[in-house]
Design a protein around this ligand. Structure first.
Ligand code: PEP
Ligand code: MG
Length: 883
């Protein structure tokens, strides 16, 4: 077996495509060598050695030693030096390199091969004694820290004490004799700590470092990182051994890092830092302030030190050329490490650079325009979720965050404001021109107005599809839900979080993108939709097959969604329309009525308001399809619950508090999610469905007249389990259509369909499709009823479930493809078999989740429907799914 792959001198045994075997760093070093860039010669010990190491009680394959010796000899041939030689020693660096970059693992040992003999040879060859001893002390510190386990702070203490005694301030104040003295003290420390002397044999050093890299694959930090980023343990890491080049050989040497484009803005300009007379870790360590690479960047940062462009013009020009080569070659923005040794440039690493959502967008779009990548590649490269960063205000990345609690990232964006504990307080605060954060145990439809008034919402209970989360996302308003560790006490008006007590009026910040709750007001950055955003959306629209609709019920949401490119409304939740002043009273009258006559009287008051709602939606959607769902939630959600509220409401509608209380108790349900809701309301009280159907049809007639475009309403029946339920409700809808046609002298074109949100409905989809003209998968309820976990109560244990790997991800966020998804597939297949061409959509929260959207594409759905702020994300995700 070949365990070792060499590179350098314009060629390599590996290449870019061998990341699995050579790790990211190794594969790219080989590639850079292959395309003739100046890479110090070296070799990569493969990830298979790591696998072998752990499968064989931390031992190496027998052939490894021989292969390493051969590879070392090859480096020697190229450099003219010999590893371990007393007169002309080769020094090497040892670095880890997994397939994906992995912080937490052993990183780097530099200057390996130095000992009391070779240091003298290095001093003589470089004619620079200080450089040799400085390198030696760095080596002892790093090697002891990462290989021998002697913490570097011990060495720093020794150095600090020494500097203090000598009156030195900077490391550059120390001369060769100083470093010599320190090297002696460092070795003394190692002996004292470990009981054995610091290893002088270069081969022992090399194998020690290689072993440390492999061992670090299993250290706690690396394991945590792998779990967080779903990196399989079996991948293993590679080890890269490379001839040293020195950035610390005086003022003609330097080391630096650069991005080929700006990783935070995406601007096409070299972005980076370098340090003269330094080694790699100095740039990262932050002890000395690095200098900008280019003149332009130096001017922008008003740096007083010369840029690389000025200090090392030749090396800089070569570097700029190489960055262009690398971008052309990799066709992506690169993150590069380099060293200049005595004015000669060396490349130490290149990889695709990490970037913000904004930069990712700009870079991809500009690269298409530069002809570097295709539109399809640009579409595929952008993480749809990262578009969120572009649509909402976000916390200034430079701002300090004092975290007081953490919940679910229920609705992205961030907001600061005064704490309020009730809907009324929120409205009052807003009316007084203040920004408020509504803090609740959980929210219910009663809180709608307070939620609307608030800049952000924080709840202790509730998951990703809880009321607060769904409503907040619909409005693009930040929300953190399920922050289990906070205490909300409405009685005393206090919020306890992070061991501190906050009162009404105290200021907090929530970050709905991370789930963080932070103390105080924090600086934000406002979103601006760029031209690149529009370009990308147009390209995505050219590629996708599925339509993207929105879940919306207010004119503002509907308009917002259209500006984001929604192609219709996939779900109008009519219950949200009944909480406005005036309507809630009629709604409650309807619920309190003793008989059908009383109910009809109350419904008659609601009719004109509903008609007006629908007319506006139809007009805004201007001929695009609009799906309106009949009333869904249990009626008690519209009634007051506390004594005070009951008294107030009773007075306002003119019934006795006792009667109101009795009715509320009668309607009380132990499990409202499975109670008297959905089509069950329309089956028992057809007059409700009739009023809504009339409002829809009359509005359709009026909107068609005012817009001049035909309106085809889609009337949707919720929570159907059997065809019989749908047939009963449908007969009322059809009858109402006929009545309106007659009254208005028009012919209506409409469809009646159903939500598929109960397992039985999915299984009996064939039969249901005999009556239904379209299906919309309500995957919120379908998830709840398939897995048997409550949308509102699951937050308390779902975190643990995800941690323990029972679910890879919260099934209310990304569809459980194997379980809930299988029911969607069954429903789609059986429905279409019965009614070819049956229109299929999804309107659960999953309609805005990229992974779920890919699943919908695979299942052949016609459209996804999601909250307005997710429409752009869905457009991109649908395009990616279609590629
Ligand atoms: C669903 O259940 O998926 C759905 C869209 O309806 P709601 O969230 O209103 O129950
Ligand atoms: Mg539902």
């Amino acid at each position: 077996t070949k365990w070792v792959y060499g590179f350098g001198d314009g060629k390599a045994e590996g290449e870019q495509g061998m990341k699995n075997l050579l790790g990211g760093k190794g594969a790219n070093l080989a590639e850079m060598s292959n395309i003739g860039l100046p890479v110090p010669p070296g070799f990569t010990v493969t990830t298979e050695v790591c696998t072998y190491y752990y499968a064989n009680g931390r031992s190496y394959p027998p052939e490894l030693q021989g292969q390493v010796e051969t590879a070392l000899a090859e480096i020697g041939r190229i450099t003219g030096k010999t590893f371990g030689d007393a007169a002309n020693p080769l020094l090497v660096s040892v670095r880890s390199g997994a397939r994906a970059s992995m912080p937490g693992m052993m990183d780097t040992v530099l200057n390996l091969g130095l000992n009391d003999t070779t240091v003298a040879a290095v001093a003589a060859a470089s004619k620079n004694e200080r450089f040799a001893w400085d390198s030696y002390r760095r080596f002892i510190t790093m090697f002891s820290d990462v290989v021998l386990g002697v913490d570097h702070s011990h060495f720093e203490e020794i150095l600090d004490t020494y500097k203090e005694r000598k009156g030195y301030v900077l490391d550059t104040d120390l001369q060769a004799p100083d470093w010599k003295t320190l090297v002696g003290q460092y070795k003394g420390l190692v002996k004292e700590e470990l009981g054995t002397p610091f290893p002088e044999d270069p081969h022992e050093q090399l194998w020690g470092a290689v072993g440390a890299v492999f061992s670090s694959w299993m250290n706690a930090r690396a394991i945590t990182y792998r779990t967080l980023h779903a990196i399989p343990e079996q991948w293993g890491t590679a080890v890269n051994v490379q001839a040293m080049v020195f950035g610390n050989r005086g003022d003609t040497s330097a080391t630096g890092v650069a991005f080929t484009r700006n990783p935070s803005t995406g601007e096409h300009a070299l972005y980076g830092e370098f340090l003269i007379n330094a080694q790699g870790e100095d740039v990262v360590a932050g002890i000395r302030t690095p200098q900008p690479i280019s003149k332009a960047a130096a001017a922008a940062s008003s740096s007083t030190k010369p840029s690389m462009e000025e200090a090392m013009p030749a090396a800089f020009q070569e570097f700029v050329g190489i960055t262009r080569t690398l971008e052309q070659h990799y066709r992506d923005m690169q993150d590069i490490e380099f060293t200049v040794e005595d004015n000669k440039l060396w490349m130490l690493q290149t990889r695709s650079g990490k970037r913000t959502g904004k930069a990712s967008l700009r870079i991809a779009v500009e690269m298409v325009k530069e002809g570097l990548i295709s539109k399809e590649e640009a579409i595929a490269r952008i993480d749809p979720a990262s578009l969120d960063q572009l649509l909402h205000p976000t916390i200034d990345p430079k701002a300090e965050r004092i975290e007081i609690a953490r919940g679910l990232p229920a609705s992205p964006g961030a907001a600061s404001g005064e704490i309020v504990f009730s809907s009324e307080e929120a409205e009052a605060g807003k009316a007084a021109g203040r920004s408020v954060i509504l803090v609740r145990q959980e929210t219910s439809p009663e809180d709608i107005k307070g939620m609307l008034a608030a800049s952000g919402i924080l709840t202790r209970l509730g998951g990703m599809t809880s009321h607060a989360a769904v409503v907040a996302r619909g409005w693009g308003k930040p929300c953190v839900s399920g922050a289990g560790n906070i205490r909300v006490d409405n009685a005393t008006g206090t919020l306890i979080a992070g061991g501190k007590t906050f009162r009404k009026g105290d200021i907090i910040t929530i970050d709905g993108s991370t789930g963080q709750v932070l103390a105080g007001k924090i600086a934000m950055v406002q979103p601006e939709l760029s031209g690149e955003f529009a370009d990308l959306m147009v390209w995505a629209d050219g590629v996708r097959r599925m339509k993207v609709r929105t879940n919306a019920e207010t004119p503002a949401d509907a308009r917002q969604a259209r500006t984001f490119g929604a192609e219709g409304i996939g779900l109008c939740r009519t219950e949200h329309m009944f909480f406005d002043e005036g309507r809630i009273v009629a709604m409650r009258e309807m619920i309190l009525a003793d008989d059908e006559k009383g109910r009809r009287a109350a419904l008659a008051k609601l009719l004109p308001m509903q008609r007006e709602d629908f007319r506006q939606l139809f007009e805004i959607m201007s001929g695009l399809p609009v799906t309106i769902r009949l009333l869904d939630p249990p009626l008690h959600e519209f009634l007051p619950h506390t004594e005070d509220e009951i008294a107030e409401v009773a007075a306002s509608i003119g019934v006795s508090p006792a009667k109101l209380k009795a009715r509320a108790q009668e309607l009380h349900e132990f499990n409202p999610m499975l109670g008297f809701r959905g089509c069950r309301l329309a089956v028992a009280f057809p007059e409700i469905a009739e009023m809504q159907a009339r409002a829809i049809f009359e509005a359709a007639v009026e909107a068609a007249a005012s817009t001049g475009k035909p309106v085809t309403p889609e009337v949707m029946v919720p929570l159907v389990a059997t065809r019989a339920e749908l047939d009963i409700v449908k007969s009322h809808i059809d009858a109402m259509a006929q009545a309106v046609e007659k009254e208005r002298g028009v012919k209506l074109v409409y469809q009646v369909g159903t939500m598929i949100e109960l397992p039985r409905a999915a299984i009996r989809a064939g039969e249901i499709a005999e009556s239904a003209e379209f299906f919309s998968f309500g995957t919120n309820d379908l998830t709840q009823t398939t897995i048997g976990i409550s949308r509102d109560d699951a937050a308390s244990f779902l975190g643990t479930y995800v941690q323990k790997g029972i679910f890879a991800i919260d099934p209310f966020v990304s569809i459980d493809q194997e379980g809930v998804g299988a029911l969607v597939e069954i429903g789609a297949e059986r429905g279409r078999k019965q009614r070819p061409g049956l229109k299929l959509g999804i309107c659960g929260e999953h309609g805005g989740d990229p992974a779920s959207i890919a699943f919908c594409e695979k299942t052949g759905l016609d459209y996804v429907s999601c909250s307005p702020f997710r429409v752009p994300i869905a457009r991109l995700a649908a395009a990616q799914a279609a590629l």
